[in-house]
Design a protein around this ligand. Structure first.
Ligand code: ARG
Ligand code: ZN
Length: 472
């Protein structure tokens, strides 16, 4: 399923304006996303108008096996990435995304391949053309000092050094700062991580903890993410952490890593994680992963938390609302991922509305009350700067309209269809796109199907119309 999405997206976009950006951004000799299928060169991007170079066409990565070593003192990272991929077209050449770092060796199916760097594109020419459908293995050895990327909104993401390790958060672009990737949410893969750090440090990645071993002053941590994961949700956060492990009564394996400087503030909220996940499972359907937990770092300058798959990452002790928010992303964002960044309200609007619902169902303010208060925001407020379904650029994807007006759109949907249909829509959305991708059009179609109502006007008003809607 995931393998076909980038091609479909490329085809969809080829007809309109956005894909026209392809040739302009493409290094000489590269094909635009829309024409990839006819050629033997994998496209330079996945066809996302907000981040044209993100991801790559022509193949699907089934699995990443990442072996990393990090030295927090020097900031040096060395890595070997083994990607198991399948060609979705004949491939004489393809790209990976990798920003910074030195590539020291690159093989395809064990044979040295020609490669060159071109910005964030790592351009690979295998010794022989790969037939369509061929499963192949790319091994990339690399090292250097990783540097975070600065996003269009001025925030940093990727490998962010801290005073005791690194805060590793890849939304939307940063995965490529620490491993070679098909760096777009349409390509989802399983992962293995083997991370070596100085003894006394802990390296926390996604999914199941497989164990650690210490030798000669260094400790190696092994992790496995069995369910499909978008590259931006991968982490390998390093720090001096207090670790807590337990299994919930639902059988989830919980692993929490907490910076001791945040431990006192984090304790009471982290205790609520199992009950929050249970509450969300009742509302949204079964929790989509086998592992759960949290990484609470001491890195306030980052300025945000991220829903890293199975184990959200916090830059400081989270509030209960933030824990509810990042937990809700496990369904909306992580299991059901966007097909293009423009649809980011499917992540942030949903996670924000989950906060409202949690408060409402735990003796606090009603969602209607939150809606009403936001609706009072004056016409010039940033809330009304753009509609959540059309943020306009990658610089707006984490702005207030996406989160708050996105949640308001869901509240309006709930009011229009009633609670039974509304919660059925949320559950069907999570179930129908589980471990996959979705689009806004698919969501609005589902809402109409489940409710049996024509919701065109509602979605047009709340998702796509500029400015403050006249009637709530
Ligand atoms: N998805 C995260 C959240 O809702 C926000 C990530 C922000 N990323 C960034 N580069 N600014 O909590
Ligand atoms: Zn969020």
């Amino acid at each position: 399923m995931a393998a076909t999405v980038p091609v479909a997206l490329a085809a969809l976009l080829a007809a309109g304006g956005p894909a026209a950006a392809g040739p302009a951004h493409a290094p000489a000799g590269h094909t635009a996303p829309g024409h990839a299928a006819a050629r033997t060169t994998g496209s330079v991007g996945a066809g996302d108008p907000y981040f044209p170079l993100a991801g790559n066409g022509g193949y699907h990565v089934e699995h990443y096996d990442l072996t990393l070593g990090y030295d927090p003192d020097s900031g040096h990272l060395d890595g070997t990435a083994v990607l198991t991929a399948r060609a979705t077209q004949r491939l004489a050449r393809f790209d990976l995304d990798l920003k910074g770092l030195d590539v020291t060796r690159l093989t395809v199916d064990g044979a040295p391949a020609v490669f060159r760097r071109d910005g964030q594109e790592l351009v690979v020419t295998p010794r022989t053309t790969l037939p369509k459908g061929h499963r192949f293995r790319v091994t990339v050895a690399y090292d250097g000092t990783p540097e975070a990327v600065t996003d269009p909104d001025g925030s940093d993401d990727g490998w962010i050094p801290t005073d005791d390790g690194a805060f590793v958060a890849g939304e939307p672009q940063g995965a490529m700062t620490w491993f070679p990737a098909n760096n777009h949410p349409t390509d989802k893969s399983s992962y293995d991580f083997t991370i070596t750090v100085p003894q006394g440090h802990t390296a926390v990645a996604n999914g199941l903890y497989l164990g650690s071993r210490t030798a000669a002053g260094r400790t190696t941590f092994r992790w496995r993410q069995p369910e499909p994961m978008a590259a931006y949700l991968a982490t390998a956060t390093v720090g001096e952490f207090q670790v807590e492990r337990y299994t919930t009564r639902d059988g989830l394996e919980v692993y929490n890593a907490v910076d001791p400087r945040e431990a006192a503030d984090a304790a009471s909220v982290l205790k609520k994680l199992p009950s929050v996940l249970e509450w969300e499972s009742k509302l949204f359907g079964p929790y989509p992963f086998r592992a759960a937990g949290a990484v609470v770092d001491h890195a306030r300058s980052v300025g945000y938390a991220l829903e890293t798959q199975g184990r959200p990452l916090y830059d400081s002790a989270p509030s209960l609302s933030t824990l509810v928010h990042e937990s809700a992303h496990q369904w909306f964002g992580d299991s059901v991922s966007v097909t293009r960044w423009k649809d980011i309200w499917l992540n942030e609007g949903f996670a924000t509305y989950a906060e409202w619902l949690y408060t409402e169902q735990h003796g606090g303010r009603s969602a209607q009350d939150r809606f009403d208060a936001l609706y009072e925001s004056p016409a010039g407020d940033e809330l009304w700067e753009f509609p959540p379904g059309d943020p306009g650029s990658g610089g707006n994807i984490f702005a207030s309209p996406v989160y708050n007006r996105g949640a308001m759109a869901l509240h309006e949907l709930r009011r229009a269809v009633g609670d039974p249909a509304f919660f059925r829509i949320l559950r069907d959305w999570a179930a129908g796109h589980r471990h996959g991708n979705g689009t806004t059009a698919q969501f609005t179609a589902l809402a109409e199907k489940v409710s049996g109502k024509d919701l065109d006007r509602l979605f047009h008003t709340w998702l796509f119309t500029k400015g403050r809607p006249d009637t709530p």
